[in-house]
Design a protein around this ligand. Structure first.
Ligand SMILES: [Zn+2]
Length: 196
């Protein structure tokens, strides 16, 4: 008896099949009642010629861990999600940019369009790595935009009174700004410029 089809997604402890048909291979183990269960997050792989079942683990995300602080460039913003590229992790630029998503604040459910804009440099925290997707939060005080970019003309926005204003075209925009000191900021910006 097979509980999960070939290629099906499983989490640790999930029942895959009865051990009569297949023997346990990689990343699985035997449970009670002769049932093979997964020991990893991954995809089921039935080796039919050898009658062995494996779980191919979801690729681990190298060098990025929960709680890491990342500098990202915003690529696309929708109401509930924003797609970004990671430029630096914990103050160090990374060689290959990685795609991640900024998740909404579940408490306020604020429209992300009012918090960040395309082209902005933003500091965020890694809050989830579930099934290979890097999920980020910007909702703590020290997190948010560090270099907001005018959506109309692409120049950096400047803080004027409480608003953000483009000195070139006069556009006014809203952002969730990071409250960090300037030395940390230049460290991050300087680090990111190395990867360009
Ligand atoms: Zn402008």
């Amino acid at each position: 008896m097979v509980f999960v089809e070939d290629g099906g997604f499983v989490i640790p402890g999930q029942r895959i099949c009865v051990a009569e048909e297949y023997s346990p291979g990689l990343n699985v183990k035997m449970a009670r009642d002769n049932i093979i269960i997964s020991s990893r997050v991954g995809f089921v792989n039935y080796d039919k010629s050898n009658r062995i079942v494996h779980v191919r683990p979801v690729k681990s995300i190298e060098g990025i861990n929960l709680g890491d602080q990342v500098l990202v460039e915003v690529k696309d913003v929708q109401e509930k999600i924003a797609v970004v590229e990671i430029l630096a992790v914990n103050g160090r630029p990374i060689k290959h940019r990685r795609t991640a998503v900024i998740l909404p604040d579940l408490k306020t459910r604020q429209d992300l369009n009012e918090c960040i804009g395309v082209g902005d440099l933003v500091i965020a925290h890694v809050v989830t790595l579930f099934s290979g997707v890097i999920g980020l939060s910007i909702w703590k005080n020290q997190l948010g935009a560090v270099l907001p970019i005018c959506s109309r003309c692409g120049r950096p926005l400047k803080k004027k009174d409480k608003a953000l204003v483009c000195l070139k075209c006069g556009n006014r925009e809203k952002r969730k700004m990071a409250s960090i000191n300037t030395s940390t900021l230049s460290e991050w910006i300087f680090g990111s410029s190395l990867t360009r």
